[in-house]
Design a protein around this ligand. Sequence first.
Ligand code: NOJ
Length: 504
Amino acid sequence: MSQTWWRGAAIYQVYLRSFADGNGDGAGDLAGLRSRLPYLKDLGIDAIWLNPWYPSPMADGGYDVADYRGIEPVFGTLDEAERFIEEAHELDIKVIIDVVPNHSSTESAWFKEALADPAARDRFWFADEPLNDWQSIFGGPAWTQVPDGQWYLHLFAPEQPDFNWANPEVHREFEDVLRFWFDRGVDGFRIDSAALLFKSDTRYEDLDEVHDVYRRWREVAGEYGERVLIGEVWLPDQERFALYLRPDEMHTAFNFDFLSCAWDPADLRRSIDLTLATHTPIGAPPTWVLSNHDVTRPVTRYGRADTTFAHGGALHGTPSDLELGYRRARAAALLAMALPGSVYVYQGEELGLPEVEDLPDEVRQDPMHARSGGTNPGRDGCRIPLPWSGDEPPFGFGTGTPWLPQPESWRKLTAEAQRTDLGSMLNLYRTALGLRRELLGDGTLTWLPLGEQVLAFTRDSGLTSVTNLGTDPVPLPAGKVVLSSGPLEDGRLPSDTTVWLTEL
Ligand code: NOJ
């Protein structure tokens, strides 16, 4: 793979706890992932991004990291992680892991030391009283009191104390953590909450000092050859967003504007144009993301009257026409994969899984649910263990009871059931990722004027992608149809369908 493999890569997101369980304890693990590497190879992805695999009390699904240089025992061992990296590399699959620099865990050695010794508190934000009235992003106050009376800051759950990035020791620690994993062969990092590291008296988002951190990290990555830094940067201001992607900072960042966009031709065109206008001048490749472990699954979202995504769960449980959502999710997948840059596939997206919205409250584990007093359902519904095979739960996920219950109806959606069905979502993704590898990825696009309801563009290779977001079928431009997200109607492209064409 080329030095700049990340510019056009298809990156598959593995939420380890829900991917595949190798030891029968009901939680996904490295053994399960390793056993499923052939599935991922066959799917046609270039890289895997794993959510945090570090030792963690799991107060926030592993984003409460107790030790940045280890592996959570539920997931396996460091030795297994190293073997997994080797095995992925043998299959020509890159490995990207999560790094969580904004906050740690109350179970980390540094925080325990801080609790035991008030003189060792400068690595976090401790004060005699809350310095402001900030609310935690998960709900409730962002300051928690410790037994001796002081308070500490946590932008997320109380189990996730924020680091003090004004302390040089924190900088040194994270550079060392990056090296620890680069030395073990990882090809890059997904940087969690990347814009939140620094705090002023009044703000915690997007302070200018943060850029020095990523400049330094880019140097560290550069020492190892072409490794990649991918930012989780939720900033609506595209000019500010672009600063993170300057040539000496991160390589790419998730496109949350596209992810949150309604299934609407004008909105999507606006988002695509904005993305290209943001990235092209700085030479950074755009990314195209439809879902991840924090957001509503597209099949459910696109079946609603309001097809946007917004945090807070306001749309949770509102009616969704899942057949319509499924059809649109297929069309959206081909659209996203045809656009120039890299694309992300969140596990289960390739199976067309819907959001599970009817989980009983007592099984919900996401702190968003409890901390919002139940008003926000949280993100468990997009984290249900994958259905691999068979007719009933646990659907080949493992031999134990999965840590979140799977719906009975998923028997039709197992990877096994979809493998032999040529019209399945799984086969659509496989075929599309294969064509994408040859004909798409990094580069530019040229819009084709096929009307306001239609998003049509041609890529450098000559492949044309056409998506009909209107209600009536539309004629296709000249070309040979190589893939379609749904059947054509008398040679015309029906509503909510994407087709890929090559030159005749
Ligand atoms: C973003 C992660 O994607 C999310 O799952 C997590 O809860 C927060 N950052 C805090 O780490």
